[in-house]
Design a protein around this ligand. Structure first.
Ligand SMILES: CC(C)(COP(=O)(O)OP(=O)(O)OC[C@H]1O[C@@H](n2cnc3c(N)ncnc32)[C@H](O)[C@@H]1OP(=O)(O)O)[C@@H](O)C(=O)NCCC(=O)NCCS
Length: 189
């Protein structure tokens, strides 16, 4: 059983629990959240959350790191890292009430540190629907570079295909940025 947990200043990134299902259904049920993600249907069926919960061991066995983001009151979002041939894809979301508080900057900083420093993954990649300025801004803040454009389906928008920007951050660049960011709170977090 995967019990890995990461701590940040305000958040705990931990394994999903039964009690998370209710808030997950509530927050992922918001089209403003699900329409930014590739695989989350709208309306969001409660069975979907329970199915993800039941698959936690299977997910971990595939090398996927899947975290509930908890602010001390319970689930506020999720972040995961899925291996691909020479790195990890990172995906993330927060319930709308928690946007704009710097939470994902904290959560992503912890996950990137784990991936690059603990696991020495060579690169991380994220795909962002073209109109998602918040997510693109978040990645740029961490030094991700634009690799190019591609297309992804969006389950919440009927499975239709939309353009995405592909962002990538190499381990070398991450370590260089961290080394040169000593004392800069906004990057170190
Ligand atoms: C994208 C998302 C995770 C951002 O989380 P957040 O906690 O609100 O982000 P933060 O407060 O840590 O902001 C980090 C940076 O993102 C950028 N950003 C955040 N909100 C923004 C907005 N509305 N417009 C433009 N840039 C924005 C800024 O660069 C910000 O850094 P700064 O505050 O230091 O300037 C959140 O909006 C979300 O869950 N959206 C719905 C799901 C989603 O889009 N997931 C990602 C799919 S690729």
């Amino acid at each position: 059983m995967n019990t890995l947990a990461l701590e940040t200043k305000r958040l705990t990134l931990r394994r999903m629990q039964v009690a998370d299902c209710e808030r997950m259904v509530q927050y992922l049920g918001d089209f403003e959240v699900s329409s930014k993600l590739a695989r989350v249907p709208h309306p969001y069926p409660p069975e979907h959350a329970r199915e993800i919960l039941s698959k936690q061991d299977k997910i971990a066995a595939q090398g996927i790191l899947a975290f509930t983001i908890d602010d001390g009151t319970g689930l506020v979002g999720g972040i995961n890292a899925r291996p691909f041939e020479d790195g990890h894809y990172v995906g993330y979301w927060l319930g709308k009430p928690y946007w704009g508080k710097g939470y994902m900057s904290e959560a992503l900083a912890a996950v990137l540190h784990h991936l690059f420093v603990t696991l020495s993954t060579p690169k991380v990649r994220s795909t962002v629907f073209l109109e998602n300025a918040a997510s693109a801004g978040l990645l740029s803040k961490f030094g991700y570079e634009l690799l190019g454009q591609s297309e992804d389906p969006c389950a919440a928008r009927g499975g239709r295909i939309f353009p995405v920007r592909v962002f990538e951050l190499s381990r070398e660049r991450y370590l260089y940025i961290m080394q040169n960011a000593e004392g800069q709170e906004e990057v170190r977090l």
